[in-house]
Design a binder for this molecule. Structure first.
Ligand SMILES: [Fe+2]
Length: 237
């Protein structure tokens, strides 16, 4: 799977740092998918499927940059575009994905970046939607620890976002008004993880602590501590 994807990526300029970042993100998300799938005790075939979804989930991103020269999600939905490319234009047939799993893969990709998973999906499909969303969030949080986040904070924190965090809810990106909001939205990801194994990964990799070390801000620290308490409570540790 990875080899086929790697060949596909040769169509893009991998010397472009933005493209390179997406390549790295893709493989890390796929590994996260595999780890969560194993911890959930999924069958070997379903572990493979989880990995495949991880590899394909952001395929639209590589085109987004070429088509729009930006990663602005408000103007281009890379998930819908990726699904269209794979399933309407037939690109999926070049990947070793079982035909019987096509619909699960399509739904998982379409739903990976939405605020909520669409209603009416059957359980198995929903499971893989949740899995890719957790795997993706974990990597976005980890990339934030490693520097891909604006740490120069400006503007007051949005009271609505703070209220949602207090209730252990994640806010919407459309509520962002300042850089501090941008970080608070990421902190909301901790409350949005579906599976305990995902929370365990976050805890074991010390993601909260790494973010604390990275960002010096009282509000951010207070919210990170709240998130850490939440994780400990859920993991009973
Ligand atoms: Fe994505």
């Amino acid at each position: 799977m990875k080899e086929v994807f790697e060949r596909y990526l040769q169509h893009f300029d991998l010397t472009n740092p933005d493209i390179k970042k997406k390549q790295i993100h893709t493989y890390q998300v796929a590994e996260n998918c595999l780890e969560i799938a194993k911890s959930l005790g999924l069958s070997e075939q379903d572990q493979i499927l989880a990995y495949q979804i991880g590899i394909l989930h952001d395929i639209g991103r590589f085109h987004q940059l070429e088509l729009t020269n930006s990663y602005d999600d408000q103007v281009f939905d890379h998930a819908d575009y990726g699904a269209q490319l794979l399933f309407d234009q037939g690109l999926i047939s070049t990947f070793p994905v079982r035909v019987g799993n096509y619909e699960v893969v399509r739904k998982a990709i379409v739903n990976h970046n939405k605020y909520e998973i669409e209603d009416g999906l059957e359980e198995r499909t929903k499971l893989f939607c949740k899995l890719i969303r957790d795997a993706d969030k974990i990597d976005i949080l980890e990339l934030s620890c490693d520097g891909m986040i604006q740490t120069r904070l400006d503007g007051p924190a949005s009271p609505d976002i703070l209220m949602q965090l207090e209730r252990h809810q994640s806010a919407k990106v459309t509520q962002i008004r300042s850089n501090i909001d941008r970080i608070l939205i990421r902190i909301g990801f901790f409350y949005n993880l579906y599976f305990l194994p995902s929370m365990q990964i976050v805890f074991d990799r010390e993601i909260v602590k790494r973010l604390e070390d990275k960002i010096e801000d009282d509000i951010v620290h207070r919210e990170l501590e709240r998130a850490q308490r939440y994780l400990k409570e859920r993991l009973k540790c």
